[in-house]
Design a protein around this ligand. Structure first.
Ligand code: ATP
Ligand code: ZN
Length: 726
């Protein structure tokens, strides 16, 4: 008898056996089953002849949702790899790989697509009669030239204009079946393609030589060197063959400008996937891509799961970016999964960055990846100069030294924009009592509260805990409470008063909440509406602001003394990316870095010799220190209300590990952030020179972990290739 092995959304590392009724579902299709008192949606993962359970007691599935598989063979391979490599329950992996709408049981078949069309009345309507409603007039004029997608109309003309015309009976909504829509292959064009420079041309031809097989390229090009142009020209022959391209970008790099560049060059619709979409919008891109109806799909991390009928090429832009690693649940790295996927699909993969991750760079230097380099800025731009500014013993105004304010003034007066980077949002990182020195702390995390003057609140940036600003000190009751340190809000306030003639804009996760808000802010910068740009990480990468000539990094000294071995790499990437925002067009640019430690070897090396030089030495250091990428790590984390419980749990787990030669285990030790949200956090770090030994040591014993004493008091997780030790 055939047994269906089904991946169910249950946190167990196993498949569940069921029987079919009448019709056999296909492997990779969704089915509904009852599981205890619950009804669940699962995916048929295997069909076998035997079961470890008594066949007579197996339940039959309730019904079949998909006639055709929604997971093809490659996707199933990827999920199986993810479950094995990250030691994660297969059912949960399969859930992560599916759009939310499919998890909920929605049909996987595309819905009819809605269009606006001019009615008979509309066709007779004079455009001039709408001259007092310019948006309606423009919309009707567009529709008189041909029908238009509902979503596109909403984006271009707004919902009000279309509603008004519908109410007047001038336009109507029509439905068409997706199959009747012309394919993108027919509308493919090549528009405004610049001539590649020599380095770009070399990179493009190396990629073109491997278009029909697996090959991984590191496109290692300095900021502004025209990596995106290399992607565009490398994609061209792929699209001309009718094949599809999947492009991953970091969370903060997916701007309308990026999408526009691809859409404009090829004149085709581009599928876009990001966290701001509704479940149905996501599903639609997924369906279209699976049916081959999209030539290009661009998206953030989870877009790596998008199925493609005719895959041709994968690209991971800014491959070093931390947002590619998921930090909860299935802790996968989308860049690494892209390598596995490219291999499974036998297509090439391009990893692009001005500041490659040391892992990736090592793979390129050892010949595992093809190393393509771009050393020069594209067009007429020159590389920005980089300097440190010694702020020891200098009075600071809202965190800035006078010398730097003078420098800013020169740039501003020449009509350029100046960008300031500060990694602390809010008004000030702490509120201190001037009398007794007491610092207001979050009791759940034992860390200082950040002062937010605009919200009139103290907020914990680790757990979100907030309270109103106290009027007196808890300890000595003095009312002299002072803000210590500088955050984005204070900087904005200070600069507004100091440079009243120039407009400034603050971009951080407080001010730019919501996708469209950030997009608006970015275009207002490009329109030169603001001269001073103040921002956190959000401003650091991927943006092309041609008029920025000076970048000032306020303070990164904290990162120079971090306990995390990746801190140096991350800091070097941040500084290089920030410097890369200056002087991207005709006007030359400069980057200044304020520091109390101007002679610090890392800063000196970076500034004098550049990222590539820094990275080579950092790799040597990692090698001597026996650290990744020369060793492989897994981090076991446990947290509980009592530090003792978390500690004991780690110890128990440690003793259950399969002893293997060459695998070391450090801990239990407290996490870098020992307490968070009222929970004490302990860690065990496993390390080995061989990936396979580490994988084997982790073995199967995770299955038994739930049976450990304390399992109900401790929350635990396992992070393979951890990036974050906090
Ligand atoms: N061959 C070329 N000729 C003329 N202009 C070019 C060429 N290649 C790229 N450019 C222009 O140079 C600018 C920078 O290119 P692009 O954005 O592709 O660089 P990038 O390497 O992706 O940048 P970053 O990594 O800093 O985000 C863009 O305005 C682009 O249009
Ligand atoms: Zn907190």
């Amino acid at each position: 008898m055939s047994i269906l092995r089904i991946a169910l959304p249950i946190p167990k590392r196993q498949l569940f056996d069921y029987l079919a009724v009448d019709v056999m579902p296909k492997i990779g299709a969704r089915v509904r089953v009852s599981f205890g008192p619950r009804k669940l949606i699962g995916v048929v993962w295997e069909i076998g002849q035997e079961s470890a359970w008594e066949v007579g007691k197996l339940k039959a599935i309730q019904d079949i949702i998909d006639d055709e598989p929604i997971f093809d063979e490659t996707q199933r391979k990827l999920c199986t790899w993810l479950a094995q490599y990250y030691k994660h329950p297969i059912g949960d992996v399969v859930q992560s790989a599916m759009p939310v709408a499919l998890r909920k049981g929605e049909s996987s078949l595309p819905k009819p697509i809605e269009f606006y069309s001019a009615t008979a009345l509309g066709k007779k309507t004079e455009l001039t009669s709408l001259s007092r409603a310019p948006k309606q007039q423009a919309l009707l004029s567009e529709l008189l030239a041909g029908d238009c997608l509902k979503a596109k109309v909403k984006e271009q003309f707004g919902a009000a204009a279309s509603k008004a015309l519908i109410d007047k009976g001038i336009i109507e909504v029509l439905e068409k079946q997706p199959s009747s829509i012309s394919t993108w292959q027919q509308s493919l064009i090549i528009q405004d393609k610049p001539n590649a420079n020599v380095e770009q041309a070399l990179a493009i031809s190396s990629i073109e030589a491997k278009l029909s097989e697996y090959a991984c390229f590191l496109l290692d090009g300095i900021t502004g060197s025209g990596k995106t142009e290399v992607y565009l020209q490398a994609i061209e022959p792929i699209l001309q063959q009718g094949k599809q391209v999947l492009i991953l970008v970091p969370e903060i790099g997916l701007t309308p400008q990026t999408v526009h560049r691809f859409r404009y060059r090829f004149g085709i619709d581009v599928g876009v996937l990001h966290s701001g979409l509704t479940n149905n919008e996501r599903l639609l891109v997924w369906q279209k891509s699976a049916k081959g109806q999209l030539g290009i799909v661009i998206g953030t991390r989870s877009a790596i799961f998008t199925p493609m009928l005719n895959p041709g090429l994968l690209i991971v832009d800014e491959e070093h970016d931390a947002s590619y690693k998921q930090q909860d649940g299935l802790r996968y790295h989308a860049r690494d999964l892209a390598v596995v996927r490219a291999h499974a699909e036998q297509v090439p993969l391009i990893l692009g960055s001005a500041t490659p991750a040391l892992e990736t760079l090592n793979n390129a230097l050892t010949g595992k990846y093809h190393h393509l380099t771009l050393h020069q800025r594209a067009g007429n731009a020159s590389v920005a100069s980089q300097q440190v500014f010694d702020i020891r013993q200098q009075p600071l105004k809202f965190g800035i030294a006078q010398g730097m304010l003078d420098r800013m003034k020169q740039h501003l007066q020449q009509g350029s924009q100046v960008m300031l980077f500060i990694n602390r949002r809010g008004y000030a990182p702490a509120l201190v009592c001037h009398q007794c020195g007491f610092v207001e702390q979050c009791t759940r995390c034992d860390k200082p509260f950040t002062l937010h003057n605009q919200l009139y609140k103290l907020q914990c940036h680790h757990c979100g805990n907030a309270k109103s600003i106290p009027s007196s000190c808890q300890q000595c009751h003095s009312t002299e409470l002072t803000a210590m340190g500088v955050g984005t809000e204070q900087l904005e306030q200070g600069l507004t008063a100091y440079f009243p003639e120039f407009s400034n804009i603050r971009i951080d996760s407080d001010s730019a909440r919501g996708k469209s808000k950030l997009d608006k802010m970015l275009s207002s910068i490009n329109n030169n509406e603001h001269q001073i740009l103040i921002g956190t990480q959000i401003l650091s990468k991927g943006h092309h602001f041609p008029n920025v000539t000076m970048v000032l990094i306020m303070d990164v000294d904290g990162a120079l003394f971090s306990a995390d071995y990746r801190a140096a790499e991350n800091l070097a990437q941040l500084i290089t990316q920030l410097a890369g925002r200056a002087g991207r067009a005709e006007k030359p640019g400069e980057m200044w870095l304020q520091t109390h430690d101007p002679g610090h070897p890392l800063l000196q090396d970076l500034i004098n010799n550049g990222y590539a030089h820094f990275a080579k030495y950092a790799l040597l250091e990692r090698q001597h220190g026996n650290l990744p990428p020369f060793t492989y790590q897994a981090l076991f984390k446990a947290q509980a209300l009592s530090a003792q419980d978390a500690h004991s749990f780690c110890k128990m787990w440690r003793s259950s590990l399969i002893k293997r030669q060459g695998v070391s285990c450090i801990g239990p030790i407290p996490a870098l952030m020992e307490k968070r949200q009222g929970q004490y956090r302990m860690q065990l770090l496993l390390q080995s020179n061989q990936r396979s030994s580490l994988q084997r040591a982790l073995g199967q014993q995770l299955n038994q972990i739930e049976t450990l004493y304390l399992a109900n008091k401790v929350r635990w997780s396992l992070d393979i290739d951890p990036q974050d030790f906090s």
